[in-house]
Design a protein around this ligand. Structure first.
Ligand code: HEC
Ligand code: HEC
Length: 614
């Protein structure tokens, strides 16, 4: 019955001939383990193809959605981590197997006539594979891939003549952006697979035409089926096993979302391009083109011409040279790669940069997972950009800590132009309590010793004077005033000072009386208890609220803020230095209005890496 069906099918399709071609190919000298690399490569490519298509069903190629979709695949989708892990490590396996395959081919002399053309097909496959890695690395649109790819295209752009044109076409403009991502994606899932299949068909067809290169003293012959097929299958299964192990144990990494504006990311290419990168360093400066063009170009040229050396030199000598060349190539690249890793490990600025990058990664993964956070609809780039703890802290470090401190952290040396308060937990209950209990504590003292000889108002130590002359020692009184002042920061932005002062309930608020009696000799708060004196202290209306802080940071010279100081004594205004988002992030940071960092979290429930606070 089955046999009949087989005959029927064969008479329609001729499949038996194909099977015969595929499986009964004779192998002179018999099946061997060392012939498995080519098949293992094809097998790994199949894994890449299948996992790649699966990834395509969930990946979304645009600069605002790419990171989010990869995050979703990795941490939310059923088996997404596994599929992506296989694909991630599969790409590295391809590079390694390619190297092994190439070394084996050269050792066996299989690059020589009549197989020259097949060697060249192999070279084409090598370039396509590297192209896959390069384009694929950018697709998650995370910091690591973004900067690595930038380094790589920078190298390519140095190619004489066509370099800049290539760069422009591939990058899709002058700088990296959405166009770059869509172009790389097009190359990765359209152009390169087509090329690879094309070259692979040519490669295998030619391989079948010439057969394996048997060792000189090989005897007898064996058919492809079953032994070699078995070896090849085992090799592919082993590769799959190793990939699955890495996917499970390590997981494909995902760095913080790409931030084209970041200036301190320690950019490094993927490890298999690292040797080239290291080589570049050696030719830094005027001879850079030697590292980017001459050396790689010469290597490729020698590889291409290798089969032809047989015609010029004695065959055995040519083979010997070819082996030496490939060995020194692999050895040299290996050496440079190790050197690159070692140099980085010893370089404090790289280590520090890496630590910052890892912190950002941790933060991004935590925010993406958090219920209150999540990936903003405007794109994953805003995940950290809209995070007070990341963006606000960065602004604080850039612009504020020259005078202020944050939890004691400061860049203000002993000769800082001015000294402001510690800004952590600004105007919170505890902060106000500490301040009123001891305004002369170093944390709170504002000194203004600017230009020598410049006269400084005595008003600056107003609160210290207040403490000396009166102060509040009584615990109950202190509780009352702290409560009253802390609530000033909760006054909504649309309430005017008149409306607030006219509210009949205000007088009943806890601490009202003490506030009016103690504070309004110097401070103002609308018309409350106004003594009609010259204003010599900031207004306390809505003190510590977002709107108060915005004014204070943008224009401290505004009336009701620090207008009573001379300009050289006053904090400079930042109105034209901060974007609205930056200002908001700083204010929310000062007001502790952000999602805290847990001691420990996993980006995904149950499985995968655990991130700890430090
Ligand atoms: C050149 C030094 C200097 C820099 C830079 C500076 N400040 Fe100030 N800041 C001061 C001084 C001094 C005061 C005290 C009030 C005054 O003299 O204007 C102050 C006051 C403040 C206050 C009011 C509460 C308080 O501590 O008295 C806030 C809030 C504040 N600064 C936030 C910031 C922020 C946010 C930045 C960065 C964007 C910043 N400051 C940058 C010197 C500085
Ligand atoms: C003797 C006058 C005087 C009295 C009384 C006084 N203050 Fe002040 N206060 C000042 C001056 C001057 C400053 C600005 C310089 C400084 O920060 O030391 C100031 C600053 C402050 C600040 C910091 C403002 C900022 O920019 O962050 C707070 C808060 C504050 N006072 C609260 C109070 C409270 C509450 C009372 C009543 C219990 C009070 N003050 C009583 C003179 C006074």
């Amino acid at each position: 019955m089955l046999k009949n069906l087989g005959t029927w099918l064969d008479s329609r399709t001729g499949y038996k001939h194909l099977v015969h071609e595929a499986l009964e190919e004779p192998i002179p000298g018999g099946a061997r383990w060392r012939y498995v690399f080519g098949s293992a490569l094809s097998g790994t490519f199949m894994i890449q193809l299948v996992t790649g298509v699966l990834l395509m069903t969930s990946y979304s190629p645009s600069s605002s959605t790419a990171w989010g979709s990869v995050w979703y695949i990795t941490y939310k989708m059923d088996w997404g981590w596994f599929i992506r892990g296989l694909h991630h490590f599969g790409s590295q396996a391809m590079v390694i197997l390619l190297l092994l395959h190439m070394v084996q081919v050269v050792l066996a002399g299989a690059y020589r006539g009549p197989r020259e053309v097949n060697w060249w097909f192999g070279m084409l496959l090598l370039f396509v594979t590297l192209g896959f890695s390069l384009t694929g690395y950018l697709l998650p649109w995370d910091q690591k891939g973004f900067w690595a790819t930038k380094v790589a295209t920078k190298i390519a752009s140095g190619a004489p003549g066509i370099g800049p044109a290539i760069e422009k076409v591939v990058v899709g403009g002058d700088d990296y952006g959405n166009q770059t991502l869509t172009r790389f994606y097009g190359l990765h899932v359209g152009v390169l697979p087509a090329l690879l299949v094309l070259f692979l068909v040519g490669h295998i067809a030619l391989f079948r035409k010439h057969g394996v290169t048997a060792p000189a003293k090989a005897q007898g012959s064996e058919k492809f089926w079953p032994k070699q097929v078995f070896y090849d299958t085992v090799a592919t299964v082993v590769v799959f096993g190793v990939l699955a192990y890495f996917a499970w144990k390590e997981g494909a990494p995902l760095d913080a979302p790409a931030d084209p504006g970041s200036s301190n990311y320690p950019a490094r290419p993927e490890w298999y391009f690292l040797s080239l990168f290291q080589l570049l360093k050696k030719f830094d400066g005027r001879y850079e083109f030697v590292g980017t063009q001459v050396v790689p170009g010469a290597i490729v040229l020698v590889l291409l011409l290798m089969p032809l050396f047989d015609k010029l030199l004695p065959r055995r000598f040519a083979h010997f040279l070819a082996c030496m060349f490939v060995f020194s190539l692999v050895g040299g690249a290996g050496y440079l790669t190790i050197e690159a890793f070692r140099e980085d490990a010893r370089d404090p600025s790289f280590v520090a940069g890496r630590k910052l990058a890892d912190d950002a990664t941790k933060r991004a993964l935590m925010l993406a997972k958090d219920r209150r956070g999540g990936i903003p609809p405007t794109g994953a780039g805003d995940l950290l950009n809209h995070d007070p703890l990341t963006r606000g802290m960065a602004i604080l470090e850039q612009k504020c800590l020259g005078c202020h401190s944050y939890e004691g952290k400061t860049q203000a040396g002993p000769d800082a132009p001015m000294r402001g308060f510690d800004l952590a937990h600004f105007a919170s209950n505890e902060w106000i309590r500490e301040f009123l209990a001891d305004p002369s504590h170093p944390k709170f003292t504002a000194r203004v010793p600017t230009a020598p000889g410049a006269k400084t108002s005595k008003r600056l130590d107003g609160m210290v004077k207040w403490q000396e002359s009166r102060g509040i020692d009584d615990k109950n009184e202190l509780d009352q005033i702290v409560s009253f002042v802390a609530r000033l920061g909760e006054i909504p932005a649309d309430v005017t000072v008149e409306e607030w002062a006219a509210n009949p309930n205000l007088k009943n608020q806890w601490g009202y009386k003490i506030f009016v009696e103690n504070c309004l000799q110097c401070h103002t708060a609308g018309n409350l208890g106004s003594r009609g004196k010259e204003v010599s202290a900031p207004s306390l209306f809505a003190y510590g609220s977002p709107q108060w802080l915005a004014k204070m940071i943008k224009n401290p010279e505004t009336k009701g803020y620090y207008a009573f100081l001379k300009s050289h004594e006053r904090m400079p205004g930042f109105a034209d230095q901060l974007t609205p988002n930056d200002l908001e992030m700083v204010i929310r940071l000062l007001r502790d209005d952000f999602i805290g960092m847990p001691e420990k979290f996993t980006p995904q429930g149950g499985r995968g890496r655990v991130y700890t606070a430090d």
